[in-house]
Design a protein around this ligand. Structure first.
Ligand code: SAM
Length: 233
């Protein structure tokens, strides 16, 4: 078969500055903010004319940060606790023969005053992700009400999230610029981003959202945020 070469049509700017703690699928953290900046020569308002009529978009992208690690025929889905192997094509693993990702996101707005920037909500995308295509989400064709979710149906109980006094103070200080930061942290930590096998209440975890380093610990179905520190990225 022929091989295909493709150029990104855009690049993502996202609140998620590192891979760890990004939700495992879109829509799980509705407060997650991102935008797709179209790249030349696709950065023309004509290319998005009519897109504003849709509430959601499909984003096709490259798992650029893990692509160099290649692929394996079987993977261990986190939904199964990380200890059962299934086929790569039965999973949404990032380690695929072609490192292509597919996410649906809420279309928030399109700015066309300086280039073209498409603001989206709830995406599961790392900052800097290359975008290969954008398509409108068509509920009549794309939403399948009686679809079965296989092993991905395994429910997980969301964690309760609390903040230390220092973290509360940092949230207040950041509130004018990042009014949704608290909601975002709550949504991300409720998903319990720890690897399936980790269960040490003393262990502190860290993630970067926007320019903030957030540190937390987990115990008994709850996550407590110790600190929120502004970093200079
Ligand atoms: N919704 C997409 C799909 O099904 O193809 C992605 C699912 S994948 C399981 C989601 C994970 O991809 C996130 O939790 C994050 O760790 C990872 N991820 C997001 N953007 C990435 C990127 N540009 N490179 C590598 N990994 C990325």
């Amino acid at each position: 078969m022929n091989s295909w070469s493709m150029q990104p049509i855009g690049v993502v700017e996202s609140c998620f500055k590192e891979k760890f703690a990004i939700p495992r699928q879109p829509g799980l953290c509705p407060s997650a903010e991102a935008s797709v900046l179209l790249l030349p020569p696709y950065d023309q308002s004509d290319a998005v004319r009519g897109l504003e009529q849709f509430s959601h978009v499909w984003l096709l992208f490259a798992f650029h940060q893990t692509a160099a690690q290649g692929w394996r025929p079987t993977v261990r889905p986190p939904k199964l606790g990380g200890n059962q192997r299934l086929g790569v094509f039965a999973s949404r693993s990032t380690f695929r023969p072609n490192p292509i990702g597919l996410s649906v996101a809420k279309l928030v707005r399109i700015d066309t005053d300086q280039g073209v920037r498409i603001h989206v909500g709830g995406a599961d995308l790392l900052d800097g992700t290359p975008i290969f295509d954008i398509k409108p989400y068509l509920a009549y064709a794309d939403a399948i009400g009686d679809a079965s979710n296989g092993y991905a149906d395994a429910g997980t109980q969301p964690l309760r999230v609390s903040f230390s006094a220092a973290a509360e103070a940092a949230l207040q200080a950041a509130a004018a610029r990042y009014p949704r930061l608290r909601a975002l942290i709550e949504e991300v930590l409720a998903q319990d981003p720890r690897p399936g096998y980790a269960d040490d209440p003393e262990r502190e975890y860290g993630m970067t959202l926007y320019e903030f380093n957030i540190r937390w610990r987990c115990a008994a179905h709850s996550a407590s945020v110790d600190s929120i520190t502004a970093t200079h990225l």
